[in-house]
Design a protein around this ligand. Sequence first.
Ligand SMILES: NC(=O)c1ccc[n+]([C@@H]2O[C@H](COP(=O)([O-])OP(=O)(O)OC[C@H]3O[C@@H](n4cnc5c(N)ncnc54)[C@H](O)[C@@H]3O)[C@@H](O)[C@H]2O)c1
Length: 404
Amino acid sequence: MKINDIKTVTVLGAGHMGLGIAQVIAMAGYQVNLRDLNMEILEKTLNRIRYILTRFAEKGKISSDMIDSTMERIKLFTDLKDSLKDTQYVIETIPEQLELKQKVFREVEKLVPGNVIISTNTSALPITDIQKGAERPDKIVGTHFFNPPQRIKLVEVVYGAKTSDETVNLTLELMKRIDRDPVVCRKDVPGFLANRTVTMMLNFVSWLVSAGEFTPAEIDCAFHYKLGQPMGTFGLSDFLGLKTTYSVQKFIAQREPEFKIPPVWEELVKAGHNGVDTGKGFYEYPDKVWRQPESWNEEIADRYDPNWSLLVGMNRMAQIVNDEVATVEEVDKAVKIGYLMPVGLLELADQIGIDKVVEGLEQLKKRFGKIDNLNYILEPNPLLRKKIKKGELGHKTKIGFYKH
Ligand SMILES: NC(=O)c1ccc[n+]([C@@H]2O[C@H](COP(=O)([O-])OP(=O)(O)OC[C@H]3O[C@@H](n4cnc5c(N)ncnc54)[C@H](O)[C@@H]3O)[C@@H](O)[C@H]2O)c1
């Protein structure tokens, strides 16, 4: 299969993510066969796509002619076989359940020609597990889109143990054609690149809260008043829904034994609190809408230093690079595009100096290393030490993670 052979893409699942994925593919000029279990879901999704396109046209992001032409390219299906007829690429974005995904992959494989790639939008399941029992595991790959796909252009293209280079290369080309900014995740590690980094940063501050070192408000105020983050870390978790973030932590914890979920998360989730939509999470929301917590004020913003979280992120990214999961450029790009960070954390490490990064981590380890698994999180990755030994400290030595 060559990129120009791809004319029709089948999207399985018309839920939250399927909607955005179908929309961006159709906007790029491809035919989309969108499949879900019933017409009610599909029609609701289609109406929503029209609504979003209309808003785009009102804001001048697209011409108004594009609304109808995009809509015309999306066809709705409830029958799997019909949805796969004459398709050249399949993207699965059904619920996050391994057995369900495996079953659907086995069915799809039987219904498409041998050269058709089937990708999964899983956030946390191993691609390698989805490949198990497949007839053509080399044709199975991860395409991890970010939410909402219409706005966040990052797609992590993820190798499972048996994915071929040809499959990844064609997928990268397709992602570029649909106006995405893809990065390659070379190994099937939990959390891939962006979530793997950011979840570690969240884990760190959550352990500090669990241990009673800081309150969520103290940490959030540091991010809000010093770095301009509107919701802070815990406020954002409440807004997104605790269950979603908890499940990513859980999947990482299952595959990385040193990564433990802090008690504060276990307590909130087990008590049925999901954040804004249940009225309680790290903060209370009596009318179930997000608003800045009353406990926030500038005076408490000095208690926590947000740079500590950045050091934890840099350390995790050094691990990703050291484990040959991604290149320096790819992992920086993943957090910049996926989490709208103004600068890549490894770019920042070069600015600060890699020796200073290690010093900072050592100091944090001294202060907080006794708290459960913070010793693991704060232990400087061997790559950082190797760079110091080689004199590659960043800007000041003209070479660090990057050449300067
Ligand atoms: N929501 C996010 O922020 C996000 C971000 C990145 C990745 N993901 C991943 O994307 C996938 C989908 O997540 P979502 O949030 O869109 O879920 P969702 O529940 O909103 O949508 C899933 C849809 O799949 C449909 N479905 C179930 N079985 C099906 C089948 N056999 N064939 C076709 N459709 C079927 C459901 O009816 C539903 O409409 C999951 O793997 C999730 O982990 C989600």
